[in-house]
Design a protein around this ligand. Structure first.
Ligand SMILES: C[C@@H](O)C(=O)SC[C@H](NC(=O)CC[C@H](N)C(=O)O)C(=O)NCC(=O)O
Length: 238
């Protein structure tokens, strides 16, 4: 089994889509990841496949073929980083009905069924800002995120006096969207990765098409979509 660090993006579908399948094998190479900000999370149904790229493995989450409103949260999975995330108003009532905040550290962190998630989000505007990881080849990683995953390069900042360059990528402006911040340290072309962090995940409209595109771009899919080990991730209301 590879050292697995991955962030899974859990899509949200209708309640009917209970038969979730996710299989993720990831092997992050030459990268080190750090949390940028903590939030509370909801674990959602998704079907995920993953593929490797020199600096990180991305897990693509998708649903079984029935059309459904796909909503997404990043979920940072790992021992020390196993934290909750908050739902977003972007996902609407259907999303909020189905959202469940995964128990993170203690029972008091759990959103109780009677609590109104909209009130919570209105009264707390904290959100994920970015996740940072160091890469040995900035241009190659940017090309992967943009050409294969459709992200936009939002900005680059070169700090020659500190001998590093940061690049920010995402699916929207940083003032309202979670982004990936890539750090390139001059002259450092690889990193030893630990085994505590999970993975980075992306939700797409059609994962099969996304995987085909990624393969067509010459990237390697290390695990085709398939049954999740250990059953569904969905946390039904208790
Ligand atoms: C722009 C802002 O969002 C940042 O995150 S800069 C954070 C800063 N990054 C660096 O100094 C990059 C070079 C450094 N040698 C490194 O590899 O991190 C920073 O605080 N880095 C430390 C960290 O743990 O992220």
């Amino acid at each position: 089994m590879h050292d697995a660090w991955w962030i899974e993006l859990f899509g949200l579908g209708s309640r009917e889509e209970e038969n979730k399948e996710t299989s993720i094998i990831s092997n992050l190479q030459h990268c080190q990841m750090a949390m940028a900000m903590a939030m509370t999370s909801s674990l959602m149904l998704s079907t995920t496949c993953s593929f490797s790229f020199p600096s990180i493995t991305i897990c693509i989450s998708f649903y079984n073929p029935n059309p459904s409103r796909r909503l997404a949260l990043f979920h940072l999975l790992s021992g020390p980083f196993a934290i909750p995330q908050s739902q977003s108003l972007l996902f609407g009532v259907k999303g909020s009905e189905l959202f469940r905040v995964a128990e993170a550290n203690a029972a008091e962190n759990l959103i109780q069924p009677e609590q109104n998630l909209f009130e919570w989000v209105k009264n707390d505007n904290r959100r994920f800002l970015h996740v940072v990881y160091r890469v040995g080849d900035l241009d190659k990683t940017i090309k992967f995120y943009t050409k294969c995953l459709g992200m936009k390069l939002l900005r680059k900042r070169d700090i020659p006096e500190e001998r590093y360059t940061n690049s920010f990528l995402g699916y929207g402006p940083e003032d309202s969207n979670f982004t990936v911040e890539l750090t390139y340290n001059y002259g450092v072309d690889k990193y030893d990765i630990g085994n505590g962090f999970g993975h980075l995940g992306v939700v797409v409209e059609d994962a099969a098409k996304a995987v085909d595109l990624i393969k067509a771009k010459g990237e390697k899919v290390i695990k085709e979509p398939g049954p999740v080990k250990g059953g569904s991730n969905r946390r039904d209301r208790t």
